[in-house]
Structures are given as C-alpha cells and as structure tokens.
Design a protein around this ligand. Structure first.
Ligand code: ADP
Ligand code: MG
Length: 269
C-alpha cells in the first residue's frame, strides 16, 4: 500500500510528537498517545479535549508515583486508615477530636498531638491513620519510634553526622514518634529527642504516643529539666488525647474470660 505525502507527514509528526513527550519525560502520555488520538478520532473530540485527556493521563500517573514515594518514605508500620478504627469499641477516645484532627488542620499551625494511654488502646493505630491521611493529602510524613530515633541520633553522633540527622528529623511536615516511655531512653537519647522536638517547635507538627501520663514525665525521662522543657514545647500548641478505655488487643481474651465465667455460672446455677 502506498502512502500519500499527507499521510507520510502525519506519521512523521506523530513520531515527533511522541519523541517530544519522551524527551520531556512525559512517558505515560507518550505511551497513551496513540490510544488518545484514536479515541479523539472515533469520538470526534475537540483538540482541547484530546490534549486535556492526554495530559490528565500524565498528571494521574505522576500523582500516583509521588504518593507511592511519600508512602515509602513515611515508613508507616501498617496500612491502617481512620476507617479501620472502631470508635464504638473504644469509648475512651474522643471521636470528635480525632475527626477534627483528621481534617489535618493541626498541620497548618504546626500543632502537636499527644496520645497518652496504656498499651493496646489504639495509640499507634490512630497516629498511623493520621500519618497516612497526611501522606495522602500530599505532605511529607515520617514515622519512627522514640527508641529508633534515639538510636539513629546516637549512631549519627558517633559518625559525625549530627547536623544531617537533625536536618532529617526537621524535614517532615509531620513526624510521628511512637512509644515514648516504653523503653527507658539513654541520657543522650532523651537529649536527642528534646533537640528534635525543639527544632520542630512552632514550625511543623509532631505526633507523640506514650504510656506515661504527663504528670509522670519528669520521673520517666531521668532528667526532670529536659522533660519539663520538652513538655513545654510539645504542649504549647497541642491536642492531648488521653485514651483510658479498654485494650483492644485484650478484647478477645476478655470475651473468652467472660464466656468462661458465664459458662461456670450457668453450670453452677
Ligand atoms: P497501642 O499503640 O495503644 O498499644 P495499637 O494501636 O497498637 O495500640 O492497637 C493494638 C491493636 O489493636 C492493633 O492491632 C490495632 O489495630 C487494634 N486496635 C486498637 N484499637 C482499635 C479500634 N478502636 N478499632 C480497631 N482496631 C483497634
Ligand atoms: Mg503502640
């Protein structure tokens, strides 16, 4: 089949257009070009509509790549979202406060969030869920435990990378520090944590979870002055969510125990 000069130039133009898209690294648009042009022809789309469709494909792919990169960076330990949290099962949590936090308004004025409560009540789950919401809203988030943060800082100090590690922890729009107080922090750990909190103070938000009631911080962190200074920075602008409800993890065991007891009682009666 012979091609007319008109078709020749169309084919060349198509290749050039595809080349331009690839050169500009709009690879998803380049790959979709043929399909979109076909669609434009069969559906008699306007030029504007066809261009919009082509670039929309590239924008969607870019957004998906960036979201995946932010999620990888965030190191969230579980895929939990707020939808997974059963408020009915945890009467100890203030649902209205959590829903308000989930709007992420607290990130705008660099407020902090403290989840305080015994093990198993959902502190980690709620911080992961808020972290995930922030990632999905386009923010840079990083999740760590207090012990890991202390260990990273300790190692960095030994290797002469103190400034780098401090910059790293200053970077995220939201830093989640889980499990403060579960393990005793070494002295340089408490001081590293204070420096991290201090340099984020009034600049970006930190979520902290702890099993240590605020009144007991001085005792829990060895140095009462450091503990007081840390609390001062943390609480200046903060939402404190004390969760004093039952442990979700122990729920199954509790039910078993109750069933056993009920069984014994019904046999006894
Ligand atoms: P904490 O950090 O307070 O020790 P976690 O957040 O790790 O507690 O929760 C313990 C376990 O129970 C997790 O598997 C979590 O998903 C689950 N869990 C806790 N609270 C709830 C809840 N209200 N709804 C659903 N799952 C929950
Ligand atoms: Mg936890």
């Amino acid at each position: 089949m012979s091609t007319t000069p008109m078709q020749m130039s169309e084919a060349r133009r198509f290749q050039q257009l595809k080349g331009h898209l690839s050169y500009l690294k709009l690879n998803d648009a380049a790959e979709a070009l043929n399909r979109v042009l076909d669609q434009a022809r069969t559906e008699r789309m306007s030029l504007t509509a066809a261009l919009e469709r082509l670039l929309e494909i590239e924008v969607e792919a870019t957004e998906a790549r960036r979201l995946a990169a932010r999620l990888r960076f965030a190191c969230l330990p579980e895929p939990w979202t707020l939808a997974d949290f059963d408020f009915a099962a945890q009467p100890g949590v203030d649902e209205k406060l959590i829903r308000d936090l989930a709007t992420l308004r607290f990130l705008d004025d660099a407020s902090n969030v403290l989840f305080v409560g015994p093990p198993g009540v959902g502190k980690t789950m709620l911080s992961v869920a808020l972290g995930r919401a922030a990632v999905e809203a386009g923010h840079r988030v990083y999740f760590t435990t207090a012990a890991d943060l202390a260990a990273k800082c300790h190692k960095a100090a030994l290797e002469g990378r103190w400034k780098t590690v401090m910059n790293f922890f200053a970077g995220p729009k939201l830093l989640v520090i889980d499990e403060l107080g579960y393990l005793p922090l070494p002295e340089d750990g408490a001081s590293a944590l204070f420096q991290v909190i201090n340099q984020r103070y009034l600049k970006s938000s930190t979520i902290l979870t702890t099993n240590v009631g605020i009144a007991d911080w001085a005792g829990a962190f060895g140095d009462a002055t450091v503990a007081a200074a840390m609390l001062d920075r943390l609480l200046h602008r903060a939402a404190v969510a004390g969760i004093d409800g039952p442990s979700y993890r122990l729920r199954g065991h509790r039910n078993q125990a109750e069933n056993l007891r009920a069984g014994v009682n019904s046999r006894a009666s």
